[in-house]
Ligand binder design. Structure first.
Ligand SMILES: *[C@@H]1O[C@H](CO)[C@@H](O)[C@H](O)[C@H]1NC(C)=O
Ligand SMILES: *[C@@H]1O[C@H](CO)[C@@H](O)[C@H](O)[C@H]1NC(C)=O
Ligand SMILES: *[C@@H]1O[C@H](CO)[C@@H](O)[C@H](O)[C@H]1NC(C)=O
Ligand SMILES: *[C@@H]1O[C@H](CO)[C@@H](O)[C@H](O)[C@H]1NC(C)=O
Ligand SMILES: *[C@@H]1O[C@H](CO)[C@@H](O)[C@H](O)[C@H]1NC(C)=O
Ligand SMILES: *[C@@H]1O[C@H](CO)[C@@H](O)[C@H](O)[C@H]1NC(C)=O
Ligand SMILES: *[C@@H]1O[C@H](CO)[C@@H](O)[C@H](O)[C@H]1NC(C)=O
Ligand SMILES: *[C@@H]1O[C@H](CO)[C@@H](O)[C@H](O)[C@H]1NC(C)=O
Ligand SMILES: *[C@@H]1O[C@H](CO)[C@@H](O)[C@H](O)[C@H]1NC(C)=O
Ligand SMILES: *[C@@H]1O[C@H](CO)[C@@H](O)[C@H](O)[C@H]1NC(C)=O
Ligand SMILES: *[C@@H]1O[C@H](CO)[C@@H](O)[C@H](O)[C@H]1NC(C)=O
Ligand SMILES: *[C@@H]1O[C@H](CO)[C@@H](O)[C@H](O)[C@H]1NC(C)=O
Length: 355
């Protein structure tokens, strides 16, 4: 083993030792990653513990700074600082260090500031750097808002919530809903578990059938000081309003001569889609025919009667008006066609009467 290699090993070994030692002297609690936008600022929630033996340095108004880079380059302070000085962001500790609060703000951010940062306490005769890094990610864009839409039911008040992170609480995004659907929009600021903040816009409204399939937009406007233009992000949601069957009707295709194939279709307007049932009344007797949207039969005299279809979903049921079907003729279609070649078109083909 050459001397140089030995020296390098010793250096790494020394770094590990000092890292382990620092771990027990200064423990820093910061979020693992934080995102912000170029031209904005970033609040870094930060708390720390310092060992009992070194706690007295907190009374000597120590300075708090942040070191940038990898854990190993930290200990090579001079070279590191000069190489990165140009790119270093403006960082200010806003927390009270005596309260073990190292909360800081990074200002005038650019994407060049994306890196790992370590908190450091510097007193006159002692300084120590924490070993837990915060990964800071500064991008040119903002993430899409997070929208939560509950199940929408006709007539039942709901809240649509749109949440956007507010990494720079002094310049929070303005979050709104458009259109407001005749409801009210309120804005709230939340403190998340990791100490970061978010802004929500809550749209409180009563859904109606007219809102079904309507597009609603949540818009976030982030003020930036890099230009005079704010940065927009938005998310469109298409509303799905559930309601009981509103209209039910029977559509009939085909002719109703004896022997004809008849197809009755039950149509309805409902969300979620309805299940359909067919009923028939004949000589005062009512019977249920089938559970299906389409009813097909080959016309016979006993098919003469009143037809009703019912549409039902979990919110309610609605019947169609009665459709009277009278099966005409007494001969099979083939014979009928042979008998009258030119007269048939003049005759009424069917007698269909809605009641
Ligand atoms: C940062 O942004 C990335 C990509 O948009 C996302 O995956 C990640 O969850 C964000 N991190 C935080 C802490 O918000
Ligand atoms: C500091 O110590 C307290 C008490 O032991 C503990 O609850 C807290 O999580 C520690 N904080 C950090 C940043 O290590
Ligand atoms: C820091 O954390 C380590 C491991 O959890 C613990 O052994 C040490 O006592 C802590 N130091 C302080 C000052 O809280
Ligand atoms: C830390 O300091 C910041 C800035 O003053 C403050 O907003 C935050 O509430 C403090 N955190 C704690 C846990 O005291
Ligand atoms: C940060 O940006 C603002 C607005 O552009 C500017 O007035 C200020 O001087 C900048 N601060 C630093 C330290 O660069
Ligand atoms: C730093 O020096 C002051 C007085 O000069 C002393 O009271 C204190 O204990 C020292 N702190 C450390 C961590 O050695
Ligand atoms: C940083 O943010 C950008 C844009 O939001 C994203 O694409 C990327 O995944 C993020 N990186 C990390 C490590 O979160
Ligand atoms: C959006 O918000 C919901 C509810 O608060 C949460 O469960 C989900 O993880 C969030 N999604 C993103 C991408 O942040
Ligand atoms: C909607 O939000 C308002 C205000 O936050 C709350 O009072 C109301 O109970 C919420 N309504 C529903 C249906 O969640
Ligand atoms: C937020 O945006 C809404 C709609 O564009 C606007 O009426 C309101 O004044 C804005 N609020 C702030 C604080 O800029
Ligand atoms: C009616 O339908 C049956 C079976 O689908 C078919 O065999 C018959 O030819 C059809 N009758 C007429 C008149 O179209
Ligand atoms: C629809 O009509 C059938 C047959 O008359 C009846 O049994 C059913 O209850 C009716 N449904 C509704 C929703 O009125």
């Amino acid at each position: 083993m050459t001397l140089r290699m030995f020296a390098a090993d010793l250096l790494v070994f020394g770094s590990i030792l000092s890292a382990a030692w620092c771990l027990s002297v200064l423990n820093v609690s910061v979020p693992k990653t934080l995102n912000s936008t170029s031209g904005s600022c970033l609040l870094i929630p930060c708390l720390f513990n310092i060992s009992k033996e070194k706690e007295n340095i907190l009374d000597s108004s120590p300075g708090g700074t942040w070191r940038r880079g990898s854990l190993w380059s930290l200990y090579d302070t001079d070279g590191f600082t000069i190489a990165h000085r140009q790119k270093e962001p403006v960082m200010e500790v806003v927390g009270d260090l005596r309260q073990k609060n190292c909360t800081s703000v990074m200002r005038n951010l650019t994407s060049l500031h994306s890196d790992r940062y370590y908190f450091r306490i510097q007193a006159v005769n002692f300084s120590v750097t924490g070993t837990t890094a915060v990964h800071i990610n500064v991008s040119e864009s903002v993430a899409e808002p997070n929208v939560t839409v509950p199940v929408l039911r006709e007539g039942e008040e709901v809240n649509l919530t749109c949440t956007v992170p507010a990494p720079c609480p002094s310049h929070p995004p303005n979050v709104t809903w458009a259109p407001a659907l005749g409801g009210d929009v309120t804005q709230r600021t939340h403190l998340n578990a990791d100490g970061t903040q978010s802004v929500s816009a809550i749209l409180n409204f009563v859904p109606s059938v007219h809102h079904h399939e309507l597009k609603v937009n949540c818009v976030s406007v982030l003020p930036l000081h890099r230009e005079n233009r704010p940065l927009l992000s938005h998310k469109v949601v298409i509303l799905n309003v559930e309601y009981p069957p509103k209209e039910t009707w029977i559509s009939l295709t085909g002719l109703v001569w004896l022997g004809d194939n008849v197809t009755l279709t039950c149509q309805s307007k409902a969300n979620p889609p309805a299940v359909h049932r067919w009923f028939m009344k004949r000589a005062g007797v009512e019977e249920e025919l089938s559970i299906s949207r389409v009813l097909s039969f080959t016309a016979a005299h006993e098919n003469t009667g009143e037809y009703i279809c019912e549409a039902q979903n979990l919110y309610g049921a609605m019947n169609s008006t009665n459709l009277q079907i009278t099966v005409l003729g007494d001969k099979p279609r083939s014979e009928r066609l042979r008998q009258c070649v030119c007269k048939c078109s003049e005759k009424p083909a069917a007698s269909v009467k809605a009641m």
